[in-house]
Design a protein around this ligand. Structure first.
Ligand code: PLP
Length: 498
């Protein structure tokens, strides 16, 4: 190092070790005592700005050690911890500690996994990770794919591949206008909003998405799906893809994938599965029937940063025929001199998706797979599901709670005071107001963190457990917390109404 240019950004070896070890100590203590922290302090943006301070651009240099100590202090004392055992909002997992170390290492080696020549071993590790992801969920290891930032990008990546494959004319050269018949995508009305964004951003327009109603089980109604496809064909439109959801965001329901696959086959449509949250549950033998049809998908979106506990960000697009990604994304500008000879021919990830320069997201997934193995993941995912079932059971048993739905690791339920009748219209409205206020109070309280779901017009507390730290004791205590806070909120709202 002594021969290097003298710059203000380099940190000398001994300093790097000292500061680095301190940081690792801080993180290790944090993981060890995370239960003692509030899930969140619920501070307002104004409070946070006060704490952060309003200093303008740093003209003066500050020692690295000081900066890291201050950043640790700010983040450890003013964050929402999705690694906390009682965080069960949205679908954000506890980060696997090995993934935390992987990200540090990935940053240090700083591979640009857009091109093989810039990331020789990292590219091979990503290829292996993609293959393992396919093997893990039980589809053919010949599926190919790419790691992306998350579920939205994983679904967009597949959406564009689907339309390139299915448009009547060459969409890359001729564009949408030449494909005059309208390209229509189909999905259930519970599908995540990415599908709307995709239709807008890709120039189809949101009216070119058919939001198919769901059946009594909240799955896409495949009879209406087929009827709608037939009508569109009759009207000269060009159906091109059907999206099946494997674990919908609100209630965790998995569509009937097998029936969708059959319809796609009949009408020559691209079958995409949005399994961003739920697909890892396909490794649980008891759920085999639920995921039947998975192997027929032309593409699958899944998020290692959800149920595989990878730290943000990690999503993945898998495609049955990797060539479909190349068809959509490959181009060869003259300033790239890759792939000159056949024996050096390499996989360049910039040709498989939207990004050009790309970070090394695969490392954290690849490491966790090895640390835990199939058995380890099956154990954690099964336990997450069992805890969610326990929450449902306990809510169902409690006379002040109503258990509403339970699928995969998502439970919805609500607080219903004993003196409020269940069935008239006024109490419906009141219960929705009460539970919305209760959710807000619980979030600010910092003891537990849920998000919400509207199930059959009822405002519900929604718990999604993708959290290897949550235990049975947490679930039992959560029931008490919700009832305690529910009573307080009911009293408050009731008094206000009188
Ligand atoms: C989370 C989720 C998404 C969006 O994924 P991000 O990682 O937040 O971009 C899309 N679809 C489903 C089913 C999801 O659960």
């Amino acid at each position: 190092m002594t021969n290097h240019r003298d710059t203000p950004i380099e940190i000398q070896k001994e300093d790097f070790k000292k500061i680095g070890y301190q940081l690792i100590d801080t993180i290790a203590d944090f993981f060890d005592t995370i239960d003692d922290y509030p899930v969140t302090k619920g501070e307002s943006p104004i409070q946070l700005q006060k704490i952060l301070g309003t200093s303008s651009f740093p003209e003066q240099a500050t020692p690295a050690e000081e900066i890291i100590i201050r950043a640790s202090d700010l983040l450890l004392n003013h964050s929402l911890f999705n690694g906390h055992p009682r965080f069960m909002g949205y679908i954000t997992s506890s980060p696997a500690p090995i993934g935390v170390l992987a990200d540090l290492m990935a940053a240090a080696i700083n591979q640009n996994v857009g091109a093989q020549v810039l990331s020789p071993m990292a590219t091979e590790i990503e290829k292996q990770t993609v293959k393992w992801l396919a093997e893990f969920i039980g589809v053919s290891p010949n599926y190919g794919g790419i790691l992306v930032s998350g579920g939205n990008m994983a679904n967009f990546t597949a959406f564009l591949a689907a339309r390139t494959a299915k448009a009547p004319m060459n969409i890359k050269e001729e564009g949408l206008a030449a494909n005059q018949s309208k390209l229509i995508a189909y999905c259930s009305k519970t599908t995540h909003t990415w599908v709307e964004k995709a239709a807008i951003l890709c120039g189809h327009g949101s009216k070119q998405t058919r939001w198919i109603p769901t059946d009594a089980f909240n799955k896409i109604d495949t009879v209406i799906l087929e009827k709608t496809i037939k009508e569109d064909l009759k009207n000269g439109h060009q159906p091109f893809m059907v999206v099946g959801t494997a674990g919908d965001v609100s209630t965790g329901v998995v569509d009937n994938l097998k029936e969708i696959a059959a319809i796609c086959k009949t009408y020559d449509l691209w079958f995409h599965i949005d399994g961003a949250y739920g697909v890892p549950a396909a490794i649980i033998p008891e759920l085999k029937a639920t995921f039947e049809g998975l192997k027929d998908a032309d593409s699958i979106a899944l998020d290692p940063h959800k149920w595989l506990y990878a730290p943000l960000e990690a999503g993945c697009t898998l495609v049955k025929k990797p060539q479909h990604l190349l068809d959509a994304y490959s181009s060869h500008p003259e300033y790239y001199h890759f792939n000159k000879t056949e024996d050096l021919k390499a996989q360049n990830y910039y040709e498989y998706g939207l990004q050009n320069s790309r970070g090394f997201r695969a490392l954290k997934v690849w490491m966790a797979f090895q640390q835990v193995g199939r058995k380890g993941y099956a154990k954690m995912i099964r336990e997450d599901i069992e805890l969610s079932e326990l929450l449902f059971k306990l809510a169902n048993k409690h006379n002040e709670l109503e258990a509403v739905s339970q699928n995969l690791s998502i439970t919805t339920f609500r607080y219903v005071p004993t003196d409020v009748p269940h069935d008239d219209k006024n109490s419906m409205t009141y219960l929705n107001t009460l539970n919305e206020a209760l959710l807000q109070a619980l979030e600010l309280g910092g003891e537990v963190f849920f998000s919400n779901a509207i199930v059959k017009d009822s405002y519900c507390l929604r718990s999604c457990i993708v959290n290897f730290r949550t235990s049975k004791k947490d679930i039992e205590e959560i029931i008490e917390i919700v009832v305690r806070e529910g009573r307080i909120m009911h009293k408050k709202l009731h008094t206000n109404q009188l």
